[in-house]
Design a protein around this ligand. Structure first.
Ligand code: G16
Length: 546
């Protein structure tokens, strides 16, 4: 078979540095001849020897998923990989791939997804590598992949004459020496959920309460069908947009109030269901909504932590909690009261991996609609939905009641993120550089009676392996606990996305029922006065406010 392996000569592509979560580009870029294959070659060279190893392959089903899967399988065969376990149709949610790697003891896995970014021929595509713990490759590995991508002169691939794998047929097939095992993408994951949650209580709750789940025409449709409808007995009408589509039905598969319009309309209607939820393109993000109330992701993490004892999988206690730096500090307050360790990491799920592996944390969360636990090494959309479903079922409290109870006990962190998208990259860099240059001056200054207590460019020293990550976002922390944070997104594909994060703490005796936009109005003005995004860019408002 070796003679069927071809060496294709090609120049290196300069723009293949992985971002926050792998390499994300326009589909058109990935369709450039050899572009995908060269990055895959860089993965095979960068992660070390995969000869004789078994790995996973899954994708969110977006446009180009199938073609990319076929190329990767032929390249895996050429690199002497022994076995690739792939989801039927090339589909598998990101948390399910993480679970598969862990359950089967695989060496790693390749995930094809641009997450919440739009799909279709004019949309985005992405690819990332996960390591043996089931989590996204750490920076040391992504940097090695990038280094290799810069010096490649070609790639190795099994010729098409070797035949084709039928990705829709479960079971084992051969591609050269490679065994390709096509598996049902849902079964193992559903079993894992049954171990963590009280399905009986949830089933009972669903007999007299309504749930609506928006799969956004993305990968979680079949998972929701199996778990929420078949195993928990919710009616099929509880699912919105449950059929995965390569273009996500022309929608933006981003579970936030701005993009999940249909779900929000239902949850704001007079006869709103008791619980609403959505997940994203690859099923790792989640949004939780109660009747006329969207739960902020930072609050979601804090509520989960405070109530973990009510959930079977966590009833024996949790070890600690971690959140990304821009995520509100609501979970820290809970951790302090419960006597648990709380960690602040840079943005990116990969930074939670070491803490989870070391048993230092059980729950993790990010403001970008991501929550998860030590059951896998990715954030997990449906897991979060089941957590909340289990919580409302056992506590007998509604979503708004749970939030209200929480704020009255711990205080409330009003929170909002303002995104300015597709900003000219030089201009965005300039805005960040200007603020960075003034951090020293701003420290100790007072604005509108609020004193800035600390300014820095967040630097993270991993408590487990002591690796250092510099320049992870500019922080202005006020004496009253408020924070203004500025950073550049690492997941956009057009120009730069500036993210401005606003947070303000209201003690439990204060006003807890305000709209975040109103509560944060003065802080937002102050942020504009100090950072000047609108002034410098000429934009009149953020593109997305969550
Ligand atoms: C990815 C990362 C998350 C991160 C998010 C936003 O999520 O896994 O850790 O919070 O991007 O990152 P940024 O602010 O750099 O755009 P996903 O769901 O897109 O894979």
């Amino acid at each position: 078979m070796t003679d069927a392996i071809q060496r294709i000569a090609c120049h290196a592509f300069r723009d293949q540095r992985p971002g926050t979560s792998g390499l994300r580009k326009r589909v058109l870029q990935f369709q450039t001849p050899h572009y995908l294959a060269m990055f895959v070659q860089a993965i095979f060279e960068g992660v070390g020897d995969l000869r004789g190893a078994a790995i996973a392959l899954g994708g969110d089903g977006r446009f180009f998923n199938r073609e990319a899967s076929e190329i990767i399988l032929r390249m895996a065969a050429a690199h002497g990989v022994a076995r690739v376990v792939v989801g039927r149709g090339g589909l598998m949610s990101t948390p399910a791939v993480s679970n598969l790697i862990r359950q089967r003891g695989l060496k790693g896995g390749i995930i094809l997804s641009a997450s919440h970014n739009p799909g279709g021929p004019d949309g985005d595509f992405g690819i990332k590598y996960n390591v043996a713990n089931g989590g996204p490759a750490p920076e040391s590995v992504t940097e090695a992949i990038f280094r290799h991508s810069q010096s490649l002169a070609g790639y190795d691939i099994l010729g098409e004459a070797a035949g084709k794998v039928d990705l829709d047929r479960t079971g084992e097939q051969r591609l050269g020496q490679l065994v390709v095992e096509v598996v049902d993408c849902v079964a193992d994951y559903a079993r894992l959920m049954e171990q963590l949650f009280d399905f009986e209580r949830m089933r009972r709750w669903l007999k007299s309460n309504r749930l609506v789940f928006d799969a956004m025409h993305a990968v979680t449709g079949p998972y929701a069908e199996e778990i929420l409808v078949k195993r928990l007995g919710a009616p099929a009408s509880a699912l919105l947009n449950a059929v995965p589509k390569p273009d996500f039905g022309n929608h933006h598969p981003d579970p936030n109030p701005a993009h999940a319009e249909e779900l929000m309309a239902r949850m704001w209607a007079a006869d709103a269901p008791a619980l609403g939820a959505a997940s994203d393109g690859d099923g790792d993000r989640n949004m939780i909504v109660g009747p006329r109330m969207a739960v902020s992701p930072s609050d979601s993490l804090a509520v989960m932590l405070a109530n973990a004892a009510l959930i079977p999988g966590y009833s024996k206690g949790v070890s600690g909690v971690a959140r990304s730096m821009p995520t509100s500090r609501a979970a820290d307050v809970v951790a302090r009261e419960l006597g648990l360790e709380a960690f602040e990491t840079p943005t990116g799920w990969k930074f939670f991996g070491n803490l989870l592996d070391a048993g230092r944390v059980t729950l993790c969360g990010e403001e970008s609609y991501g929550t998860g636990s030590d059951h896998v090494r990715e954030k997990d959309g449906l897991w979060a939905v089941l957590f909340w479903l289990n919580l409302v079922a056992v506590s007998g409290r509604s979503v708004p009641d749970l939030l209200g109870d929480h704020w009255r006990r711990f205080g409330r962190h009003y929170y909002s993120r303002h995104d300015y998208e597709a900003v000219d990259s030089d201009l965005a860099d300039d805005i960040v550089a200007r603020l960075r240059g003034r951090l020293g001056d701003l420290s100790g200054r007072s604005h509108d009676g609020r004193r800035i207590e600390l300014t820095d460019d967040f630097r993270y020293v991993d408590p487990v392996d002591h690796s250092v990550s510099e320049r992870q976002g500019l922080r202005l922390v006020f004496a009253d606990g408020s924070r203004i944070i500025l950073r550049l997104s690492g997941t956009g594909t057009v120009g730069a996305t500036l993210r401005l994060y606003l947070e303000q703490f209201e003690p439990r005796t204060g006003r807890l029922d305000r709209e975040p936009a109103e509560a944060l109005g003065t802080l937002a003005e102050l942020a504009e006065e100090i950072v000047g995004i609108r002034r410098i860019s000429g934009r009149t408002r953020p593109d997305v406010v969550t």
